[in-house]
Design a protein around this ligand. Structure first.
Ligand code: GLY
Ligand code: MN
Ligand code: MN
Length: 437
């Protein structure tokens, strides 16, 4: 992502904030995994969205219209010894030359600068609750100003969550973002193809997961969430990620795995038989879900509401399950009583972007949001029949099917970013195990 893109984002946000406002946003904190070992560091999405700056111990401050500079970045100083151990740091000088900050200061200077900057503003845009320690510091700056208010020191009148404006911006993807999301989607598609071609009975689920990690890392990406590789009964566990079962002949395999490339996520699911042949029951359920997927996809068009793809999927799942005898009654009443939820218990998708479950309101003033060009979402209906399902003949047990694609709303419809990954059951059958030995 180039520096122009980040500049554009900051400008847009500052235009929304208006004069007399200040936005304060701290970087994500490093997290301990065990003793002195950290989890891999991942910058906070909002912070990265505005800065492209990937280091911890940093604070971004935006003050629209401030003559001495609108964009201030506080970050770690260069330190030869620390850099020898932990890697290079950008440092305040390079934050100005490489990251477009109007001014940059050592992170330690925050305590000196922030009360002064806040004292000159009427509105503080800051999101409470994400980092309690930092919340306390922001509160302390304002209370310090309040204690001096009798001496004529100004205090801001309004605290506003930064989420509202920022997340609305993030919901509409720019051309640059769409380009990056396409790459993320393409890598995920290649990884699914690779995993399908290696799949065969006798492998463990983690060996399929390993194919994803290989493909992701080969392209400079990493998993955007814990991959779900669920075979047999595990295909029916929505957030399964132990991935430690031996896959048997006759099992169905549900693989939900996507990557993060340059801070943008893909999120893709395919379901197929481990041995390359659907049983009649597996195929019947697969086709119900495929119908629902197609119906939902057709409802992703600008002007439709957020809920329409889901409603289309619900209708198709209900009709399909009735056709094969797993639901009985009139379709309308099965939908009204939500009978389908026994088998299809999640919604049909979510926003997608820097976060897998990306930001953006789904409702505005209690109404479902209207889909608009530039929004990106997943379409992912599913049907799950775990072992022991009451009232369901045993031959249907252990069948969990989800089909998930990443979709961009365009001016005249939609663009399926993951379209190169087949969904047709016959095509899938031919791909399974093609490279297995
Ligand atoms: N992989 C998470 C989801 O599909 O929402
Ligand atoms: Mn998803
Ligand atoms: Mn998924």
């Amino acid at each position: 992502m180039n520096t122009e893109e980040f500049l554009r984002r900051r400008r847009q946000l500052m235009r929304m904030m208006g004069k007399g406002a200040i936005a304060i946003l701290p970087a994500a904190q490093p997290r301990l995994r065990s003793r002195d070992i950290l989890y891999p560091y991942r910058q906070d999405s909002d912070f990265y969205y505005l800065t492209g700056f990937a280091e911890p111990d940093a604070v971004v401050v935006l003050v629209p219209g401030r003559p001495e500079g609108e964009y201030l970045l506080f970050c770690r100083e260069r330190d030869r010894e620390k850099e020898t151990w932990d890697g290079t740091r950008v440092g305040p000088e390079n934050a100005v030359t490489h990251y477009g900050a109007d001014a940059a200061y050592p992170i330690g200077a925050v305590e000196e600068w922030l009360p002064k900057l806040v004292g000159r503003c009427d509105r503080v845009f800051y999101t409470m609750g994400a980092q309690p320690d930092f919340d306390q510091r922001v509160i302390s700056w304002v209370s310090r100003l309040r204690t001096h208010s009798r001496a004529g020191v100004h205090t801001p009148d309004e605290f506003i969550s930064l989420d509202h404006f920022l997340h609305d911006l993030r919901l509409y993807k720019s051309r640059e973002e769409i380009g990056t999301m396409r790459r993320s989607a393409r890598i995920a598609v290649q990884a699914h193809r690779r995993a399908m071609s290696m799949c065969r009975p006798g492998l463990f689920e983690y060996q399929i997961e390993a194919e994803f990690i290989h493909e992701f890392r080969t392209h400079g990406a990493q998993p955007s969430y814990l991959p779900i590789v669920g075979s047999g009964p595990n295909s029916c566990i929505l957030h399964y990620h132990e991935n430690n079962r031996r896959m048997e002949d006759g099992d169905l395999l549900l693989v939900d795995a996507g990557c993060e490339f340059d801070y943008y996520a893909s999120d893709v699911t395919r379901t197929y038989p481990v041995n390359g042949r659907f049983t009649p029951e597996q195929r019947a359920i697969y086709e119900v879900v495929l119908d629902a997927h197609e119906a939902a996809l057709a409802a992703v068009v600008p002007g439709n509401s957020w809920s329409e793809p889901h409603e289309a999927a619900v209708r198709a799942v209900t009709k399909g399950l009735k056709r094969i005898g797993l639901l009985e009654g009139a379709v309308a009443s099965l939908i009204r009583t939500r009978a389908y939820q026994k088998f299809f218990m999640h919604r049909t998708g979510h926003w997608l972007g820097m976060d897998v479950h990306d930001v953006g309101d789904y409702k505005i003033a209690d109404q479902w949001r209207i889909l608009e060009p530039g929004m990106a979402l997943t379409v992912e209906p599913g049907v799950y029949i775990p072992p022991g399902s009451r009232g369901v003949p045993k031959r249907w047990w252990n069948i969990g099917v989800r089909i998930e694609d990443d979709v961009l709303v365009t001016r005249d419809g939609s663009d399926v970013l993951t379209r190169d990954l087949p969904r047709d059951p016959d095509v899938l059958e031919a791909m399974i195990g093609a490279s297995a030995q």
